[in-house]
Design a protein around this ligand. Sequence first.
Ligand SMILES: C[S@@+](CC[C@H](N)C(=O)[O-])C[C@H]1O[C@@H](n2cnc3c(N)ncnc32)[C@H](O)[C@@H]1O
Length: 309
Amino acid sequence: MTKNNYHIPVLSKEIIEYLKPKSNQNFIDATLGDGGHSLTILEKIKPDGQLLAIDLDQEAIKNASERLGKYKNRITFIQDNFINLETIVAKKKFFPINGILFDLGLSTAQLQSSRGFSFQSPGKLDMRFNEIANDQKTAYQIINQSRQDDLAKIFKDYGEIRNSRMLARKIIAQKKEIKNARDLTNLVKNLTPTRNENRYLAQVFQSLRIAVNNELKNLSQTLIDSAQLVHRQGRIAVISYHSLEDRIVKNFFRQESKDCLCPPEIPKCQCEHKASLKIITKKPIISTQKEIKNNSKSRSAKLRIAEKL
Ligand SMILES: C[S@@+](CC[C@H](N)C(=O)[O-])C[C@H]1O[C@@H](n2cnc3c(N)ncnc32)[C@H](O)[C@@H]1O
């Protein structure tokens, strides 16, 4: 069955403008989702350009491969974690790479699913992007089985929640099983009433999702690999949706655009670090008011681009 309520790709026009896909070039979409960005890239790189499309989520791969069926000779779908980019590219002999896109976070399908990603849609507390991963704790396990200090750290580090210790203490103290997303939502509302309830809940859910999927570590590692893999003058584009991710991207691009990383008090460079990237977006690109009106998810989006030297 063909879906018609696909995830609306964020900053789609800007992605094309800055990634500059051209006829017969090769690109990687490391976060395929519903394939909206992939589709526009595939159109720009025709007739023979190839796209490597990666997503951890089996459902995403299934839906996007149906949607992008007519491009099947020019697209390779990989269900895997983008932290494994180097291995994936080597296995598929996918060279040269003219650009890599990361559109981080969640797709609309995931948000609306019953997998516990959102406090607004009821569901089991799972939150794994890859539902068949046996080596990964679910949100249910984290919230019900973590020690108080570990839970507080997750709320603080991944949700930037100010009263993280109090929230963790209250959750542990109530000694009740939190079975699903609705239980968690009701509990947080009761334990820590706040004027900005939705924002607070979003932070709690975000922190658990980041912990479940190891999202910040994945991002840090894949940026290092991407900078190695992309061809000269190829570009890396990252759309992030919260400050934790954006900070990682900003700092990485900054670091990789410098020739020396020695502290300023050292008179002569000892690190011998050489710049590998040029920053294309000094400030992140954000959505226009028009886009935000049509697609509320684009409200928090920040796009940063760097080019391989
Ligand atoms: C915002 S959606 C992408 C939407 C897509 N650009 C589109 O136009 O439909 C982000 C996607 O990245 C995937 N994802 C998140 N972390 C991942 C990772 N470490 N490796 C591979 N895919 C990941 C999610 O499963 C989700 O489908």
